[in-house]
Design a protein around this ligand. Structure first.
Ligand code: GLC
Length: 566
């Protein structure tokens, strides 16, 4: 049943809230998505991943699901979804659904029933424990921290019990130890697979399994208090194998997991082909090259070496054993052209195309986040009230509670906020950037939509979209770009990024200047190329093997013969 179609896939991610608001009510919708499927298809992608479309009270904007089998009203109906699926398939676009299975919404009927009575069988669907009595005070059962700041436990009313939530308090964690919960989950996966969807993105999957019995975390300086007891838990591999055996492997499905701080060993085990767990997981290590300790909000000067290490390591680790993914943006990260020390004002086209070239020709499936294909930038938010993401508010509140002045705290948040990528798409220069016909959008519109929008990009001589088309065509048609082994060059160089991909007789060499200063690359003697396949500048300056690269210039060379770099 199962084929490896994903190996040649290129995925486009849609954040439905902000893609296109067809009925002008302020929220993006399915009808809006359908109207742009040709635009997406023409880019050269082969699959679409939809951030959650399910019924949700939106405390975490869809990542808190209240009904796994219903489409949220603001997006449309199930009939609209069925049409979307059919329209995608008509265009040979695969459909990947987001599945948030670590937690539900607090408004999910299971959770409501669980709270209704202490004897409810649904109580065991969640993780509920008695608090600790200390010096006459009721404390949470453990000292674990929520990923989104504060305690990971919420007291149930005025009882002495608490429920676990590793994210917002409105997102209670499911108890994967309960076989009934797993049965429900398998039935949900089958419900969507039977409808014909082609795969899933599993949200924060490596937190499904927890270490029992629960205990306080006394380790110092960890990424999150309690992390050692709920990340990569002891039953993780077994749980994934069960999903695979009972649902995923029965269809021609593909899975990508969003893992949270996985160990290097586990990261490989999750995707190792003979393990039959997941087909791929996301790698975000390179995206931490401009923030401290992998915390989005803590800016540090961009470190290219770290970017290269983060980007290439999993490509090397997984090669020949399992598959990989290639990501620059998503709904949880700022826009890529607005970070990494990039001079966006002067080199937006060059930087956007350079980033895509060096990332997507690596080993793995390119993931493109909506708007990235026209180089959308971060949004100049003016104050915290304009930000909708609860995490921005949690972090802001935390910082101000420690005495940080409000303005400073806001500037802090602004750098890494998830809100940047979540503002409405800029389609053209009409009202609200063409997102709708003038109703107040749920989220601020980036005021630069008159300068940067899809329509303008498509008309420009320097169209990022058109460059992406060429790049993705090359990616899909080149065996080396899909199956080639990756060898890195110029590793220690602080401006350049360079690697080859070689498969049988075919070889590509990808070279780029990741800076706004000109750069020089002395090509090693073993590197013999027969042509330039792609270039984000009109020319490549080459004086007997000394290549001079302009700011953010990226080129793809066709190798004349395999290099023998070991
Ligand atoms: C993932 C999602 C993020 C969400 C979180 C909790 O990281 O990408 O948007 O807030 O999980 O579900």
């Amino acid at each position: 049943m199962k084929t490896n179609w994903y190996e040649r896939a290129v995925v486009y991610q849609i954040y439905p809230f902000s893609f296109l608001d067809n009925n002008n009510d302020g929220w993006g919708d399915i009808e809006g998505i359908i109207s742009k499927l040709d635009y997406i298809k023409d880019l050269g992608v082969t699959a679409i991943w939809f951030s959650p479309l399910y019924k949700s009270p939106d405390y975490d904007y869809g990542y808190d699901i209240a009904d796994y089998r219903a489409i949220d009203e603001k997006f449309g109906t199930m009939a609209d979804f069925d049409r979307l699926l059919a329209e995608c398939h008509k265009r040979d676009l695969k459909v990947i659904m987001d599945m948030v299975l670590n937690h539900t919404s607090m408004e999910h009927p299971w959770f409501k029933k669980a709270l209704e009575s202490p004897d409810s069988p649904y109580r065991d669907y969640y993780i509920i424990r008695k608090g600790k009595q200390e010096k006459g005070k009721l404390l949470p059962p453990t000292n674990w921290a929520s990923t989104f700041t504060g305690s990971a436990w919420e007291r149930i009313g005025d009882s002495d019990e608490f429920y676990l939530h590793l994210f917002c308090r409105e997102q209670p964690d499911l108890n994967w130890e309960n076989p009934k919960v797993r049965e429900e989950i398998i039935a949900i996966l089958k419900f969507w697979l039977d409808k014909g969807v082609d795969g899933f993105r599993f949200d924060v999957f490596n937190m499904f399994s927890k270490v029992y019995p629960f205990q306080d975390d006394h380790q110092k300086g960890t990424f999150q208090k309690g992390g050692q007891y709920f990340v990569d838990g002891p039953r993780m591999h077994e749980l994934l194998k069960e999903l695979n055996e009972k649902a995923l492997s029965l269809y021609d499905s593909y899975t990508v997991g969003e893992s949270y701080h996985p160990s290097k060993e586990n990261a490989l085990e999750y995707v190792r082909r003979d393990n039959h767990e997941l087909d791929s997981i996301f790698n975000f290590a390179h995206l931490a090259a401009d923030n401290i300790a992998d915390k989005k909000f803590f800016w540090k000067p961009f470190n290219l070496r770290q970017f290269k290490d983060g980007l290439f390591q999993p490509q090397k680790d997984n090669y020949g054993l399992g598959w990989n993914t290639l990501v620059l943006e998503n709904h949880d990260n700022p826009r890529s052209v607005s970070r990494f020390g990039i001079d966006t004002k002067n080199y937006r086209y060059e930087a956007a195309t350079m980033l895509a070239t060096i990332t997507y020709l690596g080993f793995g499936i390119p993931y493109i986040y909506m708007g990235q294909e026209v180089g959308l930038t971060n949004c100049p938010f003016d104050n915290i009230e304009e930000m909708k993401d609860p995490v921005s508010h949690f972090v802001y509140d935390l910082m101000t509670s420690y005495g940080m002045p409000k303005k400073l705290a806001f500037n802090f948040i602004k750098y890494g906020a998830r809100d940047h990528a979540r503002v409405p798409m800029a389609w053209n220069d009409s009202v609200n950037g063409g997102f709708n016909e003038g109703a107040l959008p749920w989220q601020k519109v980036n005021p630069n939509y008159r300068q940067i929008n899809v329509e303008k990009d498509l008309k420009s001589d320097k169209s990022i979209y058109r460059y992406f088309q060429k790049l993705l065509k090359l990616k899909k048609e080149s065996e080396a770009a899909i199956y080639g082994k990756l060898e890195e060059y110029a590793h220690d160089d602080r401006q350049l990024i360079a690697y080859s991909r070689q498969y049988e007789d075919e070889g590509l060499f990808i070279l780029a200047n990741f800076s706004k200063r000109p750069a020089v690359y002395e090509a090693p003697a073993e590197l013999v190329w027969s042509g330039v396949l792609l270039n984000n500048y009109p020319e490549l300056e080459n004086k007997s093997g000394t290549l001079k690269l302009k700011p953010y210039q990226a080129v793809v060379l066709q190798l004349a013969q395999p290099t023998n770099k070991k």
